[in-house]
Write a protein that binds this ligand. Sequence first.
Ligand code: BTN
Length: 245
Amino acid sequence: RRIVHYDTIDSTNTVAKKIAAEGAEEGAVVIAEEQTGGRGRLGRQWVSPKGAGIWMSLVLRPSIEPAEAAKITQIAAAAVTLAIRRVTGCEAGIKWPNDIILHKKKVCGILTEMGAELNSVSYIVVGIGINANVDVALFPEEVKRIATSIKDCVGNNISRKEIVLHILKEFEDLYLDFIYTKSIKKSVEICKAYSVTLGNTVKIINRDQTIIAEAVDLTEEGELIIRNQEGQMEKIISGEVSVRG
Ligand code: BTN
């Protein structure tokens, strides 16, 4: 497979989208030691210090509709969680839809972007950012409260290469299962098993409203089922909302 490695780059997602638009094959990986313009969801910045993290993006070409892109995020969340658990023994959890959590703090974020024509996806880029060996003491106070690193859980530096290899292996497994069965059931089972969201009260922030609700379950398609304060069940589709614990 094609692997492009950079010492410094603005954003691996931006590079991956560019090579995908130019025809890069499915499975291409862009990885960088440092990002100067790392991007998070909702237009946020993603701090990506040199040599300490895993900043990488995968190019995919599934035959899906644009509305299904969020399924790829669920597959990636399941793969990263399994990889962190298997390599480090740390009890990684998933905060729906795209954050991986260690000890209640964010250790990894996923940013799925796509190129689409009319009603078909021409490529998907799934960007994965993991605070692997980042020294939490260097985080600003406000970041310390919400973010952590694998190093902080393990107590010493871990092999980023081993984590990356495990992520690619777990991802390939779950992604191929999705391609063959057209269902992300297998990934959703993992997302449910390690969810830190289900069973808890969540605040769902939409553009025009905020809902306080209980996170009840995930559908087979990876959408969140909530019970609102009137006791009614609702289905929440990722990508349209911000969910807080
Ligand atoms: C989030 O939680 O808001 C998503 C963060 C995604 C960060 C990764 S790092 C690799 C890839 N390149 C980027 O610019 N962003 C993603």
